[in-house]
Design a protein around this ligand. Structure first.
Ligand SMILES: Cc1cc2nc3c(=O)[nH]c(=O)nc-3n(C[C@H](O)[C@H](O)[C@H](O)COP(=O)(O)OP(=O)(O)OC[C@H]3O[C@@H](n4cnc5c(N)ncnc54)[C@H](O)[C@@H]3O)c2cc1C
Length: 403
């Protein structure tokens, strides 16, 4: 990855100062720069040092959606953003972010899953989306690795041809490079230690080398956002859900598309690497992969794809998904802080939602109006709520929950 080392400079005060050089921060910088604003990103370590550097990069709203709700609508819009962005980045900075509409095959391990996945197929097709049921004996036609007995032992599969994936660190790199080309500044090794306030307004960000001023500030520091929010007098309930990934290589044949069971997924990347992910470990801040993580993923993969036993192991990654108690993003103006925007807690969907979030936050900063689709995901929903409030409780709060 190309780096953008350097101290944040105070010579020209930026219009917008963004804390965090992950997919969210870099996408916001990119869209601000496209619109001619002077953006400055402060990244404590290096670009994509957080979750964005280890994500599997799936663009997969349909496969995980149990029902239609505002979040599902948001993720569909997020998916649509990627192919045009990938083409624009290729054209602009010559970087292929490996965005591919490979489709996803979600296999059913048993009868209960078959019933549930067929239910999802019905409401999704009724909504005009493409989704198709594949019987066990036909799974091998869709995915040669499931030919014969391997496929027949499963209870069928849901084929979602419009899902895909992107190489997440390359996406961050492309966004950052294109931002810099348009005048944005990116400082790596630049640690924001606290916000400085004057009354209700944020006036600066403290760093070890001085205070950075700006007109507007964006907090996009992933799982670490809560620490900085506290310095602005805010309580932001964002915590880690650790995810581990094993990287594999197929000696003969790679999966033709993403294959997903209830417990794990295999994502075939453009260069032949196959990503096996991912664990979900709530509250774990330790970013080191573990043997238990590897064991869990291996067992889950072999259960539905015995041929994966012949894949060789290349390596292992782990990262921290930034998650709110309800597992929805936190995007919008910080309560009581007019010029501080929050963009975090994208949990399992930050890569999917990064480009759209970046465009809408940039529009918000320029024009003062936040896209109405983001209304259910504002920070004010936590006012007075216990940070331990669970996913189901919040899901029930969202308007429009229906099949
Ligand atoms: C194993 C795994 C698999 C995943 N798979 C997918 C997937 O398939 N599809 C999908 O859409 N999403 C996926 N995700 C989720 C996705 O990675 C995240 O939602 C997304 O990367 C969050 O982006 P972010 O920019 O908010 O945070 P991050 O990428 O964590 O970036 C935050 C950045 O802020 C910097 N920072 C923190 N504190 C400071 C500070 N004080 N000063 C300066 N900089 C600071 C950090 O160094 C970091 O670089 C996955 C995540 C994991 C862990």
């Amino acid at each position: 990855m190309r780096s953008f080392p350097g101290r944040p400079t105070a010579e020209a005060i930026p219009d917008v100062l963004i804390v965090g050089g992950g997919v969210i921060g870099c996408s916001i910088a990119y869209h601000l720069a496209l619109g001619g604003a002077r953006a400055q990103v402060l990244e404590r370590d290096y670009l994509a040092a957080g979750a964005s550097g280890v994500a599997a990069g799936m663009l997969a709203p349909q496969v995980e959606a149990p029902f239609d709700d505002p979040f599902f609508a948001l993720t569909l819009l997020g998916r649509a953003e990627h192919a045009p962005l990938a083409a624009a980045l290729l054209d602009d900075v010559g970087l292929d972010v490996e965005c591919r509409t490979s489709g996803i095959l979600r296999v059913a391990m048993d009868e209960a899953e078959r019933v549930e996945l067929q239910r999802r197929m019905r409401w999704q097709t009724a909504r005009g989306l493409r989704a198709e049921w594949i019987e066990p004996t036909e799974l091998g036609d869709r995915e040669p690795l499931l030919a014969g007995v391997a496929g027949r032992l499963l209870a069928g599969g849901l084929w979602l041809p419009d899902e895909g994936h992107v190489r997440s660190p390359r996406l961050v790199q492309g966004l950052a490079t294109a931002s810099v080309k348009r005048g944005a500044r990116i400082a790596e090794g630049a640690w924001a230690t606290a916000f400085e306030l004057d009354g209700d307004r944020v006036v600066g960000v403290r760093t070890p080398t001085g205070v950075m001023r700006a007109g507007t500030f964006v907090l996009a520091a992933g799982v670490w956002s809560g620490d900085l929010a506290r310095s602005a007098g805010l309580s932001l309930p964002v915590g880690p859900v650790k995810g581990q990934i094993v990287t594999l290589r197929a000696l003969n044949r790679s999966p033709r598309q993403v294959i997903w069971s209830g417990e794990c997924y295999l994502v075939p990347k453009v260069d032949g690497q196959v990503i096996l992910g991912a664990t979900e470990e709530d509250g774990n801040y330790d970013r080191r992969p573990t043997l238990a993580g590897m064991g869990h993923l291996a067992e889950a993969a072999l259960e539905f794809l015995p041929l994966a036993g012949g894949f060789t192991v290349e390596g292992m990654w782990a990262g921290l998904r930034p998650a709110a108690p309800d597992r929805y993003p936190i995007v919008g103006r910080a309560p009581g802080r007019d010029n501080l925007i929050l963009a975090t807690a994208h949990f399992r969907n930050g890569v999917l939602l990064g480009p759209l979030t970046g465009r809408w936050i940039a529009d918000f900063i320029r024009g003062g109006t936040l896209a109405s689709e983001l209304a259910p995901f504002g920070p004010e929903r936590f006012a007075g709520a216990s940070p331990s409030q669970g996913l189901e409780a919040r899901r029930a709060d969202l308007p429009g929950r229906a099949e």
